[in-house]
Design a protein around this ligand. Sequence first.
Ligand code: FAD
Length: 385
Amino acid sequence: MKAIVIGGGIGGLCTAIALQRVGIDTEVFEAVKAIKPVGAAISIWPNGVKCLNYLGMKEPLRALGGPMHYMAYQEYLHGQTLTRFSLDPLIASVGERPYPVARAELQAMLLDTYGSDQVHFGKRVSGIEETSQGVTAWFEDGSQASGDFLIAADGTHSAIRPYVLGHGVDRRYAGYVNWNGLVTIDESIAPADQWTTFVGEGKRVSLMPVSDNRFYYFFDVPLPTGLAEDRSTACADLQRYFAGWAEPVQKLITALDPDTINRIEIHDIEPFERLVRGRVALLGDAGHSTTPDIGQGGCAAMEDAVVLAIALQTNSLGIEDALLRYQEKRSHRVKDLVLKARKRCDVTHGKEMAITHGWYEELKSETGERILSGMQETIMGGPLA
Ligand code: FAD
């Protein structure tokens, strides 16, 4: 049995690794010549970590993960702590810890595990054709590839999604802009073992430790789309948007390297139930695009990969049946994640300021119990809970 995997991001590579492990031949086709992940880092929550463990990456992942042991929210004007608690109860309840990792390093680990020689770079799919025997993909350079089935892990702008759904979908602007990057840890900004978030005015500034003494930082600001801002204006833009915020935030903005700041307008896609048509399946952001507000988009792609491989490995009624079982197992889960993230997004980013102020008030009495129980529920919804 041979699978054609379109897209060499988190979803495509996890899928290729997972299928390879159950004895299915795979080839990955990636549009760009060298992958430059959008965003500097990613938090892999225990549901995602368990998938990577299952796919044989337990040890290398540990080496990439930052020492995130605590979580804290700080008030924006003076930096006072609203709440601070240990992540240990969460880890004990779900059986694994979270790992914030630099994206380039995650990508390199996935490529090493799969074998980068099996990835065909510079192959942008332009069309696919399905028969009762298999699927052929055509690429913009005129070449083609065929397999028994095709996994479309070609991201949020998926070229293959309209084939599966029978129609196009619009991405929905979530109402805020995110700037992110990596910076050397400075403990006068935030503790090195803590996920620290400053909140106020519907904005946030967050720092998470990744390996090698670096913070993954991000800034969120509710803004209209299409502003004339980019990397070259980022430091001045952040100084303006965060004028008057506490000293650690000012210090962080001063420490940023403007050449490595990413600026992203955050979108999601209204969840849809269909992930499969015949021998073609959507996976990762192609099948479910979420805002990053609960840090689950990449983790969901890892879950997809594991569930898909198990469905194909354990089924004897054929590929189409196995793919439908994958869809059955995944569509409610990913819909739930997208809608949870959207809800969190609206509260965090001041969609209704009264609700956001209510949340700031709640944080003052938060012991960790409410936040961790929400996280636990999300994590335990994964396939390897
Ligand atoms: P992608 O990473 O988009 O990969 C798709 C690949 O397909 C790309 O390499 C692309 O070049 C290729 N491709 C596209 N079109 C074609 C074509 N026609 N032919 C061939 N190849 C093609 N998730 C988490 O789990 N935790 C987090 O903390 C987190 N933080 C985030 C922060 C931000 C700011 C953002 C924007 C997202 C965050 N996410 C997070 C979500 C996560 O990044 C995505 O869910 C994940 O990268 C999706 O992986 P993917 O492989 O499905 O898609």
